[in-house]
Design a protein around this ligand. Structure first.
Ligand code: NAX
Length: 332
């Protein structure tokens, strides 16, 4: 369409944004025929660094990039936004308790929820990446009261992609042969990567991942552990957290939400729980979803075994306790 889409990215001077902005500006989310305007939000002390990012975006000389605006004011950043990718957050510092982290972030996401509510398009698609992503998304949702709950999401696509990669490596096929793995729950170490409903194509035939790998000890053990702790392993090796793979996952998430998922395939998104699968209503919980015409639908009716049920409840319990902490902080 002729009208450019406005995409707001927060934390725009940070390392994930540095990998992400180029991909958005060359059309990876909205496609090769849709121009975009980038609105970049960061905090005031980062404005000089952010100007450097703006200069580089100009120098990329991208035909789809119709404009760039850099600001430290959320109301300017979210103005008229079609998509808002909330990457910026308060990082966990040495000696910080989970509650301190939640407190700092509750303030940020309350303000940004209010701003989205006032100035973004009513159809704005919001993706929260900054940690604790699920609960930050919930806080944003609770403060953007005039926006539909279905406009909000949290990123678990990186975990989803990690699960696909581990299965592909183990089976010895390329990643596009693997589909329908699921990340349930929180983007944290309690997340449950589940291959029970997943398929892998081997020798031209689509088979159950469970049957092809046929090693329950690995699937219930090292596989889950590797995916859950991958973020930490990258920090240990790189001395920085995942950025390239996070940016790729953000693009996948937004692309699929807007352009749709292929027939017969589902992906994982942290979305508002309606109570399906016995998950407490109102949490932002990662579910298997399909997307079509810009809306997601939770895949319902998958059979859940006892092992899965335990894991799904464990990660839901963590989200319930994060929600309680957030409510306490916000009402104080
Ligand atoms: P960086 O520290 O490189 O960048 C964060 C940027 O956000 C900084 O420029 C900072 O100034 C800015 N910022 C802080 N408060 C802000 C506010 N109130 N408004 C606007 N901008 C603000 O971190 P980076 O590596 O880019 O990671 C960003 C966030 O993503 C972190 O919270 C991180 O934990 C989270 N992640 C989430 C993932 C997920 O799968 N959900 C995976 C990747 C990543 O670890």
């Amino acid at each position: 369409s002729a009208e450019p889409k406005v995409v707001c990215v927060t934390g725009a001077a940070g390392q994930i944004a540095y990998s992400l902005l180029f991909n958005i500006a060359r059309g990876d989310i909205y496609g090769p025929n849709q121009r975009v305007i980038l609105h970049l939000l960061d905090i005031a002390p980062m404005m000089e660094a952010l100007q450097g990012v703006v200069m580089e975006l100009q120098d990329c000389s991208l035909p789809l990039l119709a404009g760039v605006e850099a600001t430290s004011d959320p109301k300017v950043a979210f103005n008229n936004a079609d998509a808002a990718i909330l990457v910026g957050a308060m990082p966990r510092k040495e000696g910080m308790e989970r509650k301190d982290l939640l407190r700092a972030n509750a303030k940020i996401f309350k303000e940004q929820g209010d701003a989205l509510n006032t100035v973004a398009k009513p159809s704005v698609k919001i993706l929260v990446v900054g940690n604790p992503a699920n609960t930050n998304a919930l806080i944003t949702l609770l403060h953007a009261t005039s926006l539909p709950k279905e406009n909000f999401s949290a990123l678990t696509r990186l975990d989803h992609n990690r699960a696909i990669a581990q299965v592909a490596l183990r089976v010895g096929v390329s990643v596009e042969k693997v589909r329908n793995v699921i990340i349930w729950g929180n983007h944290s170490s309690t997340q449950y990567p589940d291959v029970n409903h997943g398929e892998v194509e081997v020798g031209g035939q689509r088979k159950k991942i469970k049957d092809v790998i046929a090693d329950e000890a690995w699937l219930h053990g090292d596989f889950i552990k590797t995916v859950q702790s991958r973020g930490g392993a990258i920090i240990k090796a790189r001395k920085l957290s995942s950025a390239m793979s996070a940016a790729k996952a953000i693009v996948d998430h937004m692309h699929d939400w807007i352009q749709g998922t292929p027939e017969g395939e589902f992906v994982s998104m942290g979305v508002h729980s309606t109570g399906v699968y016995g998950i407490p209503a109102g949490l932002i919980y990662s579910f298997p979803v399909t997307c079509k015409n810009g809306t997601y639908t939770i895949v319902e009716g998958l059979p859940i075994d006892v092992f899965s049920r335990t894991k799904m409840t464990e990660t839901a319990d963590e989200l319930v306790s994060e929600r309680e902490d957030a409510n306490q902080i916000l009402s104080a």
